[in-house]
Ligand binder design. Structure first.
Ligand SMILES: *Cc1c(COP(=O)(O)O)cnc(C)c1O
Length: 219
């Protein structure tokens, strides 16, 4: 099926209030252009250099989301244009984003990544660390970032109950966070394999790659 048809099929199953991030990492410009021509305006990438190249080439009304783990020394390359950084998992990183955003006179929207999976390899804060961050004096002083919500990834498993439990725990952390930060609106959870479960558990933003662009070929 074409990218356009895949996008349409997914959009037909998404509630209106759920935002679709088309995850285009590793995919060529032509594929992104095809999705753009079909009306898609939000793209997610996980490598800063790749995102910068695509941003330089493609139309300027695209919103670029950084969904991968961010190295602090590379924040400067995307600070001018990135629309949302999903994977913020430390005060140090937030401080660097703030510094680079200030150079461009911007306020960069960020999500804090929460560790909900059983795999050790997935990044993120636990709830205690999240609360400590939000209550810290140094966080209060960051004027060029805005926390818009939370992001998380479930365990890679076929056990749907496990996935449901993890998303449900993230939703409850999200609700608790709203007590500290009432302005948050984004709960980024759900990928090609689990977004339907994520939506049932309260996701407001899904990050979908292979169901739109086909399987990725890492070389
Ligand atoms: C690659 C990636 C996705 C998309 O994965 P698919 O299974 O292809 O939909 C979503 N979120 C993050 C953080 C990713 O790295």
């Amino acid at each position: 099926m074409s990218i356009k048809q895949n996008l349409q099929n997914i959009k037909n199953t998404l509630p209106n209030e759920v935002t679709l991030v088309a995850v285009s990492k590793t995919k060529p410009i032509l594929d992104l252009q095809e999705a753009y021509n079909a009306g898609q305006r939000i793209f997610g990438e996980n490598k800063i250099q790749e995102m910068v190249q695509k941003w330089e080439t493609l139309p300027k009304d695209i919103e670029w989301h950084m969904i991968g783990h961010v190295q602090r020394n590379k924040v400067k390359y995307m600070a001018e244009f990135v629309s949302l950084i999903h994977g913020v998992d430390s005060l140090k990183l937030l401080t660097e984003i703030n510094k680079q955003a200030a150079k461009h006179n911007r306020i960069i929207p960020c999500l804090l990544q929460i560790h909900i999976a059983t795999e050790e390899t997935k990044f993120g804060l636990n709830e205690e660390e999240l609360i400590a961050l939000l209550n810290s004096k140094s966080y209060e002083n960051l004027k060029n970032i805005e926390i818009k919500g939370l992001m998380g990834m479930a365990t890679f498993t076929s056990d749907e109950n496990q996935i449901k439990k993890e998303f449900s725990s993230l939703k409850s952390i999200y609700n608790n966070t709203k007590n500290i930060l009432p302005t948050i609106t984004i709960l980024s959870m759900g990928m090609s394999g689990d977004y339907q479960i994520a939506i049932k558990e309260g996701s407001t933003m899904v990050r979908i790659g292979s169901s739109i662009f086909g399987v990725r070929n890492y070389k």
